[in-house]
Design a protein around this ligand. Structure first.
Ligand code: PRP
Ligand code: URA
Length: 206
């Protein structure tokens, strides 16, 4: 299932981001703010348990999230999303996942994965600003499932309809959250209207 997170502040930031004159330092700040603005929607259905809670005056009850959360940025561009999530979820663990395209098969393959030991009981939030063909996202989910993950949600800034279809078909159990669904891909696999290469724009590697 795909959730479009439609919010005036996100749309405002995204409009500024799309502009090619937005420099990397400003681009990073805007992506970080969008990530934070997306957190409440992305996490609104996390299961909680009731716990005892002591106030200065008496014993009462509160809640805590049932499962540990693991944030998983896909390198590189996913790193741009990470701090905005950590700002609101400072207790989350972080697993890093490196994906690169195999030059022979042209398929994305994981070249690096460092994750907490207990993946089966965790809620994983996979982060990548761009869902284009969907190849990287689908392979990332496969890699995380092979590592034991059972509960995964995917978060993007921009998604192309092609990428949504690919990820939904490969992993129908993984909900997708995105701040915008753009028109289509061009012949080079870039999202249109899009914002260009997110990794290059975040890190100034033009
Ligand atoms: C970008 C983006 C995604 C991928 C999306 O990464 O961050 O990971 O492309 O494309 P897809 O849906 O067609 O797989 P890229 O491979 O450019 O690497 P980078 O983050 O290092 O720039
Ligand atoms: N990756 C990007 O960074 N941008 C796109 O438009 C497509 C894939």
């Amino acid at each position: 299932m795909t959730h479009l997170i439609d919010h005036p502040l996100i749309s405002h930031e995204l409009t500024r981001l799309r502009n090619p004159d937005c420099p990397s330092h400003e681009f990073r700040q805007r992506v970080r703010r969008i990530a934070s603005l997306m957190v409440p929607s992305v996490t609104s259905d996390l299961e909680c348990r009731v716990v005892e809670c002591t106030t200065p005056l008496e014993l009462t009850s509160g809640t805590e999230t049932l499962r540990p959360v693991v944030l998983v940025p896909i390198l590189r561009a996913g790193l741009g999303f990470l701090d905005g999530f950590l700002d609101l979820m400072p207790e989350a663990a972080v697993a890093h996942l490196g994906m690169a395209r195999n030059e022979k098969t042209l398929q994305p393959e994981a070249y690096y994965l460092k994750h907490p030991a207990k993946m089966a009981g965790a809620e994983l939030i996979l982060l990548d600003p761009m869902l284009a063909t969907g190849g990287s996202a689908a392979q990332s989910v496969t890699t995380l499932k092979e590592a034991g993950a059972k509960r995964i949600r995917f978060v993007s800034l921009l998604a192309a309809p092609e990428g949504i279809a690919t990820l939904e078909e490969a992993h129908p159990d993984v909900p997708i959250y995105t701040a915008a669904i753009d028109r289509c891909l061009n012949e080079k696999g870039y999202i249109l209207p899009g914002l260009g290469d997110a990794g290059d724009r975040l890190f100034g590697t033009f």
